[in-house]
Design a protein around this ligand. Sequence first.
Ligand SMILES: Cc1cc2nc3c(=O)[nH]c(=O)nc-3n(C[C@H](O)[C@H](O)[C@H](O)COP(=O)(O)OP(=O)(O)OC[C@H]3O[C@@H](n4cnc5c(N)ncnc54)[C@H](O)[C@@H]3O)c2cc1C
Length: 414
Amino acid sequence: MGEWNWAGNYEYGASRIAAPATVAELRELIASARTVRALGSRHSFNDLADTGDLLVSTAALPAMIRIDAEARTATVGGGVRYGDLARELEAAGWALHNLASLPHISVAGAIATSTHGSGDRNGTLATAVAGLSILTADGDVVDLRRGDEGFDGAVVSLGALGVVLEVTLDIRPTYTVRQRLFGGVPWEAVLDRFDEVTSAAYSVSLFTTWDEPTVSLGWIKELADAPSAVGDDFFGAPALTEARHMIATMDVRNTTEQLGVAGPWSERLAHFRFEFTPSNGAEIQSEYLVPRANAVAAIGAVRSLGALIAPVLQISEIRTAAADDLWLSSAYGTDVVGLHFTWLRDQEGVEAVLPALEDALLPLGARPHWGKLYLDPAGLVPHLYPRLDDFRALAERFDPAGRFRNPFLTRLLG
Ligand SMILES: Cc1cc2nc3c(=O)[nH]c(=O)nc-3n(C[C@H](O)[C@H](O)[C@H](O)COP(=O)(O)OP(=O)(O)OC[C@H]3O[C@@H](n4cnc5c(N)ncnc54)[C@H](O)[C@@H]3O)c2cc1C
């Protein structure tokens, strides 16, 4: 078929891709399919979105954004991209609590995999979901609101329940953010004072190649109307006076404005600008979300593998997310620390180093990001989700014939 994901490391095996423009068309397409899956903006790196028969892209569905100021919510079409939503919210004086590193992803696709940004007190993007409308395999629309039975299982759905038509998100009044970068954070500070380091700002990310003498970049996002707790020195690392991309060879113009210039949340919380290519483009990503209590041990374990992973690594990011109650969230029941890897686009090379990485991290309870490349040959991942049986039952209730099932889900759910 020749249809690929955004990164170009995965070719979809579905026999057809359709882009319905109306819900009626979508319903008809679903009725015609043996197996079906929703496709968002294609930013996942594995076979999660794929199926044998029909992929329905959400890109041409109505890109509705409806703000309810009284309820402090925005209801959006599932295919709407965060970049479009952020601009519209900002223009109306509203904001989201956080964004991922890129604004190019669809809302429904991002929440389906518990996509997250950083910040000790910031839940994943899925935690902002207050309601969902889901078109199921038999053509019904199911509306769920926070607090409803099954809601906590339905938000991070991995696309298993049906096609999410609309998502209602919590919003808050707009705010401004400034971001600054610091060069060369000592490893001792990261390892000995981890909680202080990650709680120093609204959002803290650390960028490293693991085999270097210091963490090359501390990247912080502070609320502009609060005094800075950081000053010009971040645990011994000086504030940079020139803007930088986290991948030293990439063009800094792709990143959102730095150097402490305050600007709307919508233009600062993502690392990458909506108008430009995020990250590198020629890449593969993996990420493992470790319970916070095991973060320092996990960081130490990855450092000891630094020489092994360096040949296929572009950059890593260490970031945090707050605990939640969403059954398949990477942060279910525990604050987590994400150890993220932007690899070269070398599938074989990356798959050769993942076993050692997973041998080190999965026993520490690290949950792989659902949308990124992981291997888990021993099937350890299902055991990291205490509510997996409940999710399986929910998926069977929504989709008794298993038409939204795919090999990824079968590996997870049996
Ligand atoms: C450059 C880059 C940077 C990234 N940065 C981050 C980051 O900062 N933080 C992070 O956590 N992740 C990050 N990711 C990963 C990305 O956020 C996730 O893979 C996300 O799921 C992609 O959303 P998508 O719309 O492209 O979904 P797709 O890849 O198209 O699909 C992902 C899943 O969502 C399901 N889905 C999509 N739309 C719907 C719908 N309407 N109804 C039901 N199910 C649906 C699909 O069936 C599939 O299971 C990054 C990825 C890239 C390429």
